[in-house]
Design a protein around this ligand. Structure first.
Ligand SMILES: [Zn+2]
Length: 100
């Protein structure tokens, strides 16, 4: 990874990321695996841990993966996209193979 100069906006997003992450780490997290059958599923940002959605267990839409702030970091190559956490078939979706 090559270090590059960050813009003021990028720096602000990074600062906000750490604040978010710290704040959400203090909160209890719902582990979907421990819920009773039929319970809604809780989805957290894979970057900072912020709660993104609570969907019925039977939801069919692909759950959100990142909050807007973390998505910004990914879009600006400030955070690697966590491809390994995406279901098979969605990995590297829309991206060319290989990392720079
Ligand atoms: Zn996030």
């Amino acid at each position: 990874m090559v270090a590059r100069k960050l813009s003021a906006v990028e720096r602000r997003h990074i600062d906000q990321f750490w604040q978010r992450k710290e704040a959400w780490q203090k909160r209890p997290r719902v582990d979907n695996a421990e819920l009773h059958a039929g319970s809604p599923m809780w989805y957290y940002c894979k970057g900072c841990g912020k709660l993104l959605a609570q969907l019925p267990e039977t939801h069919v839409e692909y759950p959100p993966q990142h909050c807007d702030g973390c998505q910004y970091l990914i879009d600006h190559a400030l955070m690697p996209p966590p491809d390994d956490t995406a279901p098979e078939g969605l990995r590297n979706h829309g991206k060319t193979a290989g990392k720079t």
